[in-house]
Design a protein around this ligand. Structure first.
Ligand code: HAM
Length: 423
């Protein structure tokens, strides 16, 4: 039973832990981020889709990864005894939607969405319990060109936000390459590293090696007492050995990205692991080059088998998710956020109630001509009303008193230049 708040106790003004309120200044930033996301995605020919935040819980159990499902989902039983989850990510929903209509849809699909997602995480810088995420996904293309397009789009979003290539780094790895690397490592350090359990441990540890080097070292010791970070990572990676028998060549990916005008992408095999079990090919993450910000800004990868969970053929897919929290932090620290726009083009100051109808008429005329107009009906001193316009950053002020109402002539004052003009 839910407890009723005591009548005498005041309710808290704090939002629920880990979620955010969006005051108008925040909303203006949010809208700027969403507008930029949409513009970039649409410039590559991507179409927008959407879905409900509620999903059956079993959608995530098959392939999302243990940490997300067991520790991070908001799951509850509804009134009809169904287990329901507030979606923690969009990819399973997207795979479900594509699988449901695969006969009608025209492939390749280029789709994007900006869903609100919920994860029960420990709130900290860059991590909250509710965030919005641009999802860009390309379905139906097996080849490396699709990987290049998705990484190019990810890079273009950053550039459209005003970032230059020196501000961010694209780190690329691949599940296939990681498997080959492990084979090579096992050749050097012993076959027991290749067992499924050791492989999973090793990959999970790699995921934390930069964030938590001590836990990384301790974890390696647990796999085998003689394993040290130096032994595992210290050797120059033998790319030729790793690339043998692979269709996707690492060098060809970086050179194709260069040809697409991307010069800040590097192959970093053991740095980009990503937490989801559904990735099958390349995985990538974008990092801030400022060493103070060590967390990935966003990431994605190829997942060619997810639609087969719903029966039928596999459909190759590649995409990424970019969160609003990390990009906002990045834009703020880099001074890349544009100045917020004033809420109106004109502010009409009204001396008294008698002039209110005339003020409204002027406002309507201006609005009919496409301007944004706010009318101050406080009837405070005109000086105070002008201050109020100034505080909101509104540039043009119109003062309406008995004189203006009588002869119908109105002047506009530009608060910045002080200039006055007849309207
Ligand atoms: P992800 O790495 O879990 O991938 O999330 C992508 C991005 O969403 C993160 O890099 C971060 O920007 C943001 N994000 C994730 N969790 C939080 C959080 N708790 N608070 C704030 N921001 C967060 C995915 O979700 C994949 N489904 C992406 C994908 C799409 N892969 C292929 N297509």
């Amino acid at each position: 039973m839910s407890e009723k708040p005591e009548k005498t106790k005041k309710l808290s003004t704090e939002p629920y832990k880990g979620v955010r309120d969006f005051y108008p200044v925040d909303m203006a930033i949010q809208n700027y981020i969403f507008d930029t996301w949409k513009k970039t995605a649409e410039s590559f020919g991507y179409e927008e889709y959407g879905a409900s935040v509620l999903e059956p819980a079993n959608l995530y159990k098959a392939k999302s990864g243990d940490e997300i499902v067991n520790e991070q989902t908001y799951t509850f039983i509804d009134r009809g005894e169904r287990e329901v989850t507030l979606r923690p990510e969009m990819t399973p929903t997207l795979a479900r939607m594509v699988a449901a209509k695969k006969r009608e849809l025209v492939f390749p699909l280029r789709w994007y969405s900006i869903p609100n997602l919920f994860r029960y995480e420990q709130p900290q810088r860059g991590r909250v319990r509710e965030h919005w995420q641009l999802n860009v996904d390309l379905f139906g293309i097996d080849g490396i060109s699709a990987d290049v397009e998705i990484i190019s789009l990810a890079s273009q979003v950053m550039k459209d936000f005003g970032a230059t290539e020196s501000d961010f780094l694209i780190k690329i790895s691949s599940r296939e390459w990681l498997d080959k690397w492990l084979e090579w490592l096992a050749l050097e350090l012993g076959d027991d590293l290749k067992t499924q359990t050791n492989k999973e441990h090793l990959f999970k540890l790699l995921d934390i090696k930069d964030k938590d080097p001590e836990r990384f070292a301790a974890g390696l010791k647990k796999i085998r007492s003689d394993l040290t970070p130096n032994l595992v990572l210290g050797k120059e990676i033998d790319w030729d050995a790793i690339e043998k028998n692979l269709n996707v060549k690492t060098k060809s990916l970086t050179s194709k990205l260069k040809a697409a005008g991307i010069n800040n992408a590097i192959i970093d095999l053991t740095s980009v692991i990503r937490g989801f079990d559904y990735y099958t090919g390349i995985v990538f993450e974008i990092y801030d080059t400022d060493p103070k910000n060590r967390r990935a800004l966003f990431g994605g990868g190829r997942y060619d088998d997810l639609t087969s969970l719903f029966g039928g053929d596999r459909i190759p897919a590649v995409g990424f998710g970019m969160g609003d929290v990390t990009i906002r932090d990045f834009l703020e620290t880099r001074g890349l956020l544009p100045k917020t726009k004033a809420p109106a083009d004109y502010y009409i100051c009204v001396m008294g109630q008698e002039e209110a109808a005339f003020a409204e008429k002027i406002a309507k005329n201006l609005r009919d001509n496409g301007s944004r107009v706010a009318v101050d009906f406080t009837y405070k001193k005109i000086g105070d009303q002008i201050k109020s316009a100034d505080k909101r950053g509104i540039l043009n002020v119109i003062v309406i008193g008995p004189e203006e109402a009588k002869n119908g002539k109105v002047k506009v004052k530009n608060l910045k230049s002080g200039e006055e003009k007849a309207l």
